[in-house]
Design a protein around this ligand. Sequence first.
Ligand SMILES: Nc1ncnc2c1ncn2[C@@H]1O[C@H](COP(=O)(O)OP(=O)(O)O)[C@@H](O)[C@H]1O
Ligand SMILES: N[C@@H](CCC(=O)OP(=O)(O)O)C(=O)O
Length: 373
Amino acid sequence: MTLNGVRRIVLKIGSSSLNHPQGGLDEAAIAQVVSAIADLKKHGVECIIVTSGAVAAGMGRLKLHNRPRDLPGKQAVSAVGQGVLIEMYTRNFEQHGIVGAQVLLSRIDLAQASHYRNAQNTLEKLLRLHVVPIINENDTVAVDELCFGDNDTLSALVAGLVGVDLLVILTDVDGLYTANPKKDQSAQLIKEVAEVSAVECMASGAGSMLGTGGMVTKLRAARIATHFGIGTLLLNFTRLKELDDLTKGEAPEGTYFKPVKHRLAGRKRWIAYAGLSEGCIHVDDGAAKALLEEGKSLLAKGITGVSGTWERKEIVRILNSRGEEIAKGVVELNHDEVLQVKGMHSGKLHELIENFEGEEVVHRDNMTVMVDM
Ligand SMILES: Nc1ncnc2c1ncn2[C@@H]1O[C@H](COP(=O)(O)OP(=O)(O)O)[C@@H](O)[C@H]1O
Ligand SMILES: N[C@@H](CCC(=O)OP(=O)(O)O)C(=O)O
């Protein structure tokens, strides 16, 4: 398959690829990743790694045979393993004269616009310094409700954050099959996917004790990245060497998820997927039509109710009369204020609400329409 103009990639490596059969990390696998990146960098391709493996490395160091299931257990083991993981990467990079940098991200680091921009600036700076960012979730401080949970989703958000040309997810199967190939021998490999929602029913969970999320989270990642306008390649780790073909405009064989035509850019990416939303605004059919078909802002008149709580400038989900999410956006009023003005004419808002001069409850420029995403 042809893939021209790939100058910057995110490469996600799953635990399944880094786990040594005898437990712990497989340093040979890390050496292969590093060597593939060194080759790409020689051709001017900028690379960002999102790597799992901290838990696998920690289990090896602590001689544990089973992955911890409880949160403190997982956090303690990954605290042991993250150091081992990053040491192996940086030492192998050094042999190629490349500097690597550890970047640990928590869900909360991308949830606020200012934090999101900060992470973006740091990663851009590292790339300008020709350093390879080596990213993992900050497992040690993540709490259950506020974590990425799987590095597939993290890799897609990072791909959007730094605006790459391609997201490559390495795993232990050749790509997406019509069913889990480890359980169904008649499953067929799908080489190209134009619409992620059409193949979601084929995915199931992780294939090994160490994997998290399996194909379900890989498809979620592909959905996010392709809506950012970023093509996503799901590739068997055994084909790592073939990544070099990207420099000749060719993609190695796996499953390629095509980017959507109307891609989300800049702030709309953050609103749709990175920012967290606590509350919902319910709207009537007229307002839903204005948002979906006429490209309008959300006005108080079309609001029928709220659920949850929020402060001004947080992200809310906007739901239609059937309770379906149609948009997300940065809201100008807190939940109490929205309740006060719901159903009212926009001109009246500033009479009722202190320190508010606007007319829109959610301005179009701060809104992402989520239908079909
Ligand atoms: N439709 C499918 N096609 C391919 N693999 C699938 C499918 N459904 C489930 N899987 C499972 O997903 C696994 C890969 O995910 P996971 O174990 O989380 O690996 P990683 O550590 O690389 O993220 C495969 O080994 C396979 O068992
Ligand atoms: N942050 C965890 C990885 C969790 C995870 O997403 O694993 P995987 O599905 O194998 O990519 C670790 O470093 O072990």
